[in-house]
Write a protein that binds this ligand. Structure first.
Ligand SMILES: [Zn+2]
Length: 319
C-alpha cells in the first residue's frame, strides 16, 4: 500500500499528464475526469467508498473527505472547479453564494447539514496553462516545486468569491496544494489585531503552534481565512468579542467547543464554520468504513443526493 503522500503526488502527476495531453489535442479537460484520476490514485492509500448512484447528471457531484488520525478527525464536503485562464484573468465557475438555491449555497447548506466544512478542489491545470505565474511560496525558479503541486489545490468555499478570486495572487493566497494540506506551517501568526483576547487558550495555542496530522489540515484551512480576514480589517474595526458556546467539552465531540462568533465581511461565524467539523473522533459512518463493516446502501441512504461518495484519509500521526 502506497503512503498517502505518494498517492497524492501520483494523483497530481497523473492529473497533470491528462491536462497536458488534452492541451496538446486542443481539448478542454473537465472536472469529472480529473476527479476520477485524483480519487482513483488516492485510493491506493486511502479508503474510497463510491455510492452506487452518484448524481453525476448535475455539474459533477461532491465528495465527502474525512481526514483522520489517532487523536482527531476533520470532515470536508469537496466540489471540483477548474480554472479558466484569459491572459492574466483567472476564473472559476463558483456560482454566487448569495443567490438562494445557487450552486454555492447548496454546497454550503449540504456541508452544514453534515457538519462538514465546504471546500472547493480547484484544478489549476498545467504550469504552462497558468503561464507559470509565480506562487507566493519560496518561488525561485520558473518550474518551482510549489507551483507544480498547486495543480490540485483546495480552497475553503468561504473564500471562493468570484468577484475577488480573479487572478493568480488571490487564487494562491486563498488555496493550499492538496499535497501540502497536512504539512506543518513553519511560522504562525494571528494576523488579526485584538483577536487573541477573544480566544480560548487551547484554541489560541492551536492557532499559534505548528500542528501535525489532521490538526494541520484544519489549521491550513483556518489560516487561509484568518489571512483574508486580516486584510478586511483595514476597512473596518473588529466586532465586540463574544464566544459561541457550542457544547460541553467531551472526548468525542468537537475539539474546540467554544469558538468566537466573529463573522467578518462574510456574515458567517467563520471560526465555527471552519473548526466545528474538527472532532476528537469521526462520525460512526467513517469508523464503519475504516473497519470495513458497512453497507454502501445504508451509508448513502443517509446522505443528500448530490454526494458521490466518501474518502477517508488516515494520516500518519507525524504528518
Ligand atoms: Zn512557485
Amino acid at each position: 500500500m502506497a503512503t498517502v503522500q505518494t498517492a497524492f503526488r501520483r494523483a497530481r502527476e497523473h492529473s497533470v499528464q491528462h491536462m497536458a495531453a488534452c492541451e496538446r489535442a486542443f481539448l478542454r479537460w473537465g472536472e469529472t475526469a480529473v476527479t476520477e484520476i485524483v480519487i482513483s490514485r488516492a485510493a491506493t492509500a486511502v479508503n474510497v467508498v463510491p455510492f452506487t448512484q452518484p448524481a453525476e447528471a448535475t455539474s459533477g457531484a461532491d465528495w465527502i473527505w474525512w481526514w483522520v488520525d489517532t487523536d482527531s478527525a476533520y470532515g470536508m464536503l469537496v466540489q471540483a472547479k477548474r480554472l479558466t485562464v484569459h491572459g492574466s484573468n483567472w476564473r472559476f465557475d463558483f456560482g454566487y453564494c448569495t443567490t438562494a438555491g445557487g450552486q454555492q449555497s447548496i454546497l454550503r447548506a449540504t456541508a452544514a447539514s453534515l457538519n462538514l466544512v465546504p471546500v472547493y478542489a480547484v484544478y489549476l491545470g498545467t504550469g504552462g496553462y497558468r503561464n507559470w505565474e509565480p506562487c507566493p511560496d519560496d518561488h525561485r525558479v520558473r518550474r518551482c516545486t510549489s507551483c507544480v503541486k498547486r495543480s490540485i489545490s483546495l480552497m475553503p468555499a468561504l473564500l471562493a468569491d468570484p468577484a475577488i478570486v480573479n487572478d493568480s495572487a488571490t487564487t494562491y493566497e486563498r488555496s493550499v496544494a492538496l499535497e501540502e494540506m497536512w504539512m506543518p506551517s513553519p511560522t504562525s501568526q494571528l494576523f488579526i489585531p485584538g483577536l487573541s483576547r477573544q480566544l480560548d487558550p487551547e484554541l489560541l495555542n492551536f492557532l499559534l503552534t505548528p500542528q501535525r496530522g489532521v490538526r494541520a489540515v484544519a489549521k491550513s484551512t483556518i489560516d487561509r481565512i484568518l489571512r483574508v480576514r486580516a486584510g478586511q480589517f483595514s476597512a473596518d474595526s473588529p466586532s465586540a468579542p463574544s464566544t459561541m458556546h457550542g457544547g460541553n467539552h467531551d472526548r468525542l465531540g468537537p475539539v474546540f467547543p467554544d469558538l468566537p462568533s466573529e463573522t467578518g465581511h462574510w456574515g458567517v461565524p467563520y471560526f465555527q464554520h471552519v473548526l466545528k467539523p474538527l472532532r476528537h473522533v469521526p462520525p460512526d459512518y467513517v469508523l464503519e468504513i475504516e473497519s470495513r463493516e458497512f453497507d454502501v446502501g445504508e451509508v448513502s441512504s443517509n446522505m443528500p443526493d448530490d454526494v458521490a461518495g466518501v474518502v477517508v484519509v488516515r494520516l500518519p500521526q507525524n504528518g
